[in-house]
Write a protein that binds this ligand. Structure first.
Ligand SMILES: Nc1ncnc2c1ncn2[C@@H]1O[C@H](COP(=O)(O)OP(=O)(O)OP(=O)(O)O)[C@@H](O)[C@H]1O
Ligand SMILES: [Mg+2]
Length: 1008
């Protein structure tokens, strides 16, 4: 019996274990985390992780272990996740039962769970992979409710894309789960373009991720290792020799020691030599078997027997020998593999080129022959076979099996791997005889399949679909062309090219005959209806939805019916229609629930809550979302969108803490597409409310870029209104006007839009911008600009009124309130603000519970009253506004009110200590380069004016600026003349509007 090769005792690693223990403690306490154990090959990452996993298990954690395998260019989707979950499935863990209908979804990965559901490619359904991720997350979440879960992914450098994507998804989405994910990877494997590099760069930025580096042994540790292996302490000479060659790498040390003991007693020069020395010391047959295993990586005994054609008895002896010498070992699933990947690599690299091809070809054939007859091809087999044919250089077989592997990958929603297989098939297409027969499909079909996969790369997808359409004879095969066009439309929509999407759908509809009705036609009509709805073209959307419903009913498609009802419900608003719309959305919801159609169920919750919210039933909308999130979660879906919508509504209702919790900062990382837009917008609202202007700006800019080619008012209205508001606060009139212009341009056809409510929001914001512009022109004495701005403010107010009176908007109390605000802004533009108009707007907002809006409008009312000399009224309105602003934590508004009180010497209750510190990041950038200079103020006068703006008396100004009270008064008179205003209060208002503040230097301001 050969001597022991490894040390049973676990050596060293105190620090590393402490780090891992700490992460587990956090996870146990409900703060999930990801740890990356990093180090060179053979340094002891797996051993460390295994040791830690044993401890975790003893401490009550559930350990799920998954290995990644090296398949060269091929990939095996979800390999480690599947192997980690497999033991649970085998033991019949109840968590899978509890998944209900979602079980079929998971069966794509784990065929043991039953028959996978049909593969449906749904418009607007979001990515199928995304849904699988959510389902897996829910699964881990449920498991972790029972006991803390430790998920190990060993050898992450070989992981497939799906696994990497899933880990990235976990990093972004885990929070309170009792889950710890420990992944190991080789640092020496990460060449410059290794896919793990960008992955780690992204993931390690998140707070939940940390790294545990594993270093080589110290001489003392090496000595301990050798002692444990030998059973006695090594002599200094041996220790020296092993140290000098292994440099403390434990695997190298083991192999060098074993080679010395098994070989002729001389110590090998390199690890490779050491490994090969050990292999060469084994018998002929054993070495032959090792070559087979090195090509196969892991192999079933009977496959090895068949492929190698070795005498069964001799083979069994050979394997026994290899295992006894710690070269091969049996895996948990019964397959044979090398004890260590480096050993495999050494043997494989030692093969001659021709030998490689021969082994791979033989393996591919044996594996494929075994598949025949079994229809449910596992992805691992399909990918393995394709890999072996590819490695063998057999192009026809490689094409054939790549297509099959692509289809198998699609079944488990491994869209990216499927894309890799199909793209490889496309490359091979022209190199082989009769590719159609090999692939089992024509070139158009292959292009179409390849296009189904890269839904993460819309431009590739659009390119492939267009190539397919170009090759296809549309007249001969109208049905096929229509389906491709439908998908082209969808890809264009997702990439923000709405107009082109509609063109594609129209072309598709033109190809499909109305008679006899078909499900394809119904689906196209439904897709188009949803598009029109999202554009705010409710009348057209409703007509289209009705058409879709008629066709759907004619062919008996409940799926399309639910989809179309969901659209139609949104398109009904105003008068009795509002209630009918709600009823239709409820019907869609009930049907989706009955059919386990989670996508449409989600959509029904979103649409109904949005409709309730817009018609002023905001509290109800919030309740509905809470319920929806619960229901959807129970169905195995993480309802991010529903959470963001609840946050938006909570924000409007003044529940800012709730909103903040629902859209945590971490949620944004890596969130894609429109979900990202919605998220950024909601965070931007919060930031605007609290005065985090720089944060708000950054988020709004991200969102605006993402929807640059979309026509959807649900995005452009809030982005535009918020950006304009932000610029107004910072007194950048030009930039505010530019924001309005861009927003209106992006919406393209505002005339045809029925979503008057969102349009009114933009026009109302625009009226406000013009009011500020008029005031600034007045302050600076630019009469022409003033008149133009006043006219523009009135024109926008008129537009807001027109938009809000469109049939679909008249049921929207928000729109009505926006019109009142626009009117008040237009009046303010003239220089004689009307407090009554502001008061009416405040009442309108109060009626639908929008405290922050009330506060802002009441502030303007206070200002208007002050201008009119109604001090008591100003104090009342200001005090109301301040109370609300303080309750909400709207630091920015508290500031404005405090400044107003100071310069108007109003008694607005301001306990300054209670005021949250404002975020002053960018709030003090005036639009006019130097307004004081433009007004002809001297430097001294500017400083005086700044103090006037703070409500200081002449005596206080004199003290602050070291001048006589009399001098201060002379300065003030000159300033009033230059500003062309009659009172200090007016001068103060001008200074405030123009952003004139005490210059830090030379103007010490004594405490008031
Ligand atoms: N702390 C330790 N105590 C005792 N033996 C160890 C220790 N660390 C590593 N070894 C031994 O060294 C060898 C290599 O360790 P291991 O397989 O964990 O390396 P690895 O870093 O995972 O390598 P790879 O990158 O190739 O996966 C193993 O045989 C292992 O038993
Ligand atoms: Mg390892």
């Amino acid at each position: 019996m050969p001597a022991r090769v490894t040390s049973d005792a676990f050596i060293g690693r105190r620090v590393e274990l402490a780090q891992l223990d700490a992460a587990l403690t956090n996870a146990r306490a409900g703060s999930a985390g990801l740890v990356f154990v990093a180090g060179e090959s053979g340094v002891g990452k797996s051993r460390l992780t295994d040791h830690f996993a044993q401890r975790a298990k003893t401490a009550g954690a559930r350990v799920l272990w998954g290995d990644c395998i090296d398949l060269g260019d091929s990939e095996l989707p979800y390999a480690p996740i599947v192997s980690a979950l497999r033991s649970l499935v085998r033991n019949g863990h109840p968590v899978f039962e509890a998944l209900g209908s979602q079980r079929a979804e998971l069966a794509r990965l784990l065929p043991e769970l039953g028959t996978p559901g049909d593969l449906v490619v749904e418009p607007y359904a979001g990515s199928a992979q995304g849904r699988l991720f959510e389902l897996l997350l829910v699964l881990f979440e449920r498991l972790s409710e029972e006991s803390p879960v430790l998920l190990v992914i060993d050898d992450l450098h070989w992981a497939d894309r799906s696994t990497r994507d899933f880990l990235a998804f976990l990093a972004r989405n885990v929070c309170h789960q009792r889950l710890l994910v420990v992944s190991t990877f080789r640092v020496d494997e990460l060449h410059r373009r290794h896919p793990l590099r960008p992955f780690l760069a992204e993931i390690e930025r998140t707070e939940r991720a940390s790294r545990v580096p594993v270093e080589r042994f110290t001489p003392a540790e090496l000595s301990a290792q050798l002692t444990a292996i030998l059973g006695t302490a090594p002599d200094d000479d041996l220790l020296d020799r092993v140290w000098s060659r292994s440099e403390g790498n434990p695997l190298f040390a083991e192999e060098i020691l074993a080679a010395e003991r098994e070989g002729d007693g001389t110590l090998p020069e390199s690890l490779r030599d050491a490994l090969m020395l050990r292999v060469e010391a084994l018998g002929e047959v054993t070495q032959e078997a090792l070559r087979w295993v090195s090509a196969a990586q892991r192999i079933d005994h009977d496959v090895l027997e068949e492929a190698s054609a070795l005498d069964p008895r001799a083979l069994r002896d050979a394997l026994r020998e290899a295992v006894a010498h710690h070269v091969l070992s049996t895996q948990f699933d019964g397959r044979i593999a090398f004890r260590h990947a480096l050993l495999r690599e050494a043997v494989y690299d030692d093969l001659l080129p021709g030998e490689h091809a021969e082994l791979h070809l033989r393996l591919a054939r044996v594996l494929e022959a075994r598949l025949d007859g079994s229809p449910c091809t596992g992805l691992d087999q399909a990918a393995e076979i394709a890999h072996h044919f590819d490695a063998a250089g057999d192009q026809p077989a490689a094409l054939r099996t790549a297509v099959r592997a692509g289809a198998t990958a699609e079944r488990v929603h491994a869209e990216r791997e499927a894309a890799v297989f199909y793209e490889r098939a496309l490359v091979l297409w022209d190199r082989v005889e009769d590719p159609e027969a090999l692939a089992g499909c024509d070139h158009v079909d292959l292009l179409a399949r390849a296009a189904r996969a890269p839904q993460f790369d819309y431009s590739r997808c659009i390119h492939l679909l267009k190539s397919a359409l170009a090759e296809l004879d549309h007249e001969a095969e109208p049905g096929r062309a229509a389906l491709l066009l439908e998908r082209l439309g969808k890809a264009r929509w997702s990439s923000g090219k709405g107009q082109l999407a509609l063109e594609a759908w129209d072309a598709a509809l033109g190809l499909l005959p109305a008679e006899p009705p078909s499900e394809e036609r119904a689906q196209l009509l439904a897709a188009k209806a949803a598009g029109l709805m999202l554009w705010g073209r409710y009348a057209d959307g409703r007509a289209m939805a009705d058409e879709a419903l008629a066709v759907a009913d004619a062919v008996g498609s409940r799926r399309v019916r639910i989809h179309a009802l969901n659209t139609k419900g949104v398109c009904l608003r105003g008068g009795e229609d509002t209630e009918r719309g709600f009823a239709i959305l409820r019907e869609a919801m009930a049907m989706a629930r009955a059919d386990h159609d989670v996508d449409q169920l989600l959509r029904a919750y979103l649409n109904l809550s949005d409709a309730l919210h817009l018609t002023g039933r905001t509290h109800e909308a919030r309740e509905l979302l809470i319920e929806g999130r619960r229901e959807v979660r129970e169905l195995g879906r993480h309802a991010k969108w529903l959470a963001i919508q609840q946050a938006e509504i909570a924000y409007d209702l003044g529940f800012w803490d709730e909103a903040n919790e629902l859209v945590p900062a971490e949620l944004g990382r890596g969130t894609q597409g429109t979900t990202r837009v919605f998220y950024e917008l909601t965070r931007a609202s919060l930031a605007m409310g609290r005065g985090g202007h720089a944060d708000a700006r950054a988020r709004l800019e991200v969102a605006r870029d993402l929807v640059a080619r979309s026509y959807e008012p649900q995005w452009h209205a809030p982005i535009t209104a918020m950006l304009a508001g932000l610029e107004r606060r910072e007194r950048n009139i030009d930039a505010a006007r530019a924001a309005i212009r861009t927003g209106l341009e992006r919406l393209a056809d505002t005339e045809a839009m029925d979503d008057g409510a969102r349009l009114a929001r933009i026009f109302s914001a625009a009226a406000g911008v013009e009011a500020d512009a008029a005031q600034q022109a007045r302050d600076l004495g630019r009469a022409g600009d003033e008149a133009a701005a006043i006219a523009a403010a009135h024109a926008y107010a008129e537009k807001a009124r027109e938009a809000a009176s469109r049939p679909f908007a008249d049921a929207t109390p928000e729109a009505a309130a926006m019109v009142l605000v626009a009117d008040a802004e237009a009046a303010a533009a003239t220089g004689t603000p009307d407090p009554q108009l502001w008061a009416r707007a405040a009442d309108a907002w109060a009626a639908i519970d929008r405290p922050f809006r009330v506060a802002r409008v009441r502030w303007r009312e206070a200002e208007a009253r002050l201008t009119r000399g109604d001090r008591a009224g100003a104090e009342r309105a200001g005090t109301d506004a301040l109370a609300l602003a303080q309750r909400l934590g709207a630091a920015w508004l508290v500031d404005e009110l405090t400044a107003l009180a100071r310069r108007g010497r109003l008694r607005i209750q301001t306990p300054p200590a209670a005021v949250p510190a404002p975020d002053l990041d960018a709030a003090d950038v005036p639009a006019v380069a130097d307004p004081a200079a433009e007004l002809g103020l001297t430097r001294r006068e500017r400083d005086v004016l700044a103090l006037v703006a703070q409500g200081r008396t002449n005596r206080q100004i004199g003290e602050a600026l070291f001048m006589a009270e009399k001098t201060a008064s002379v300065h003030v008179s000159r300033i009033l003349a230059k500003l062309d205003v009659r009172s200090r209060t007016e001068a103060a208002a001008v200074a405030h509007r123009l952003g004139i503040e005490p210059s830090g230097d030379g103007a010490p301001v004594a405490a008031a």
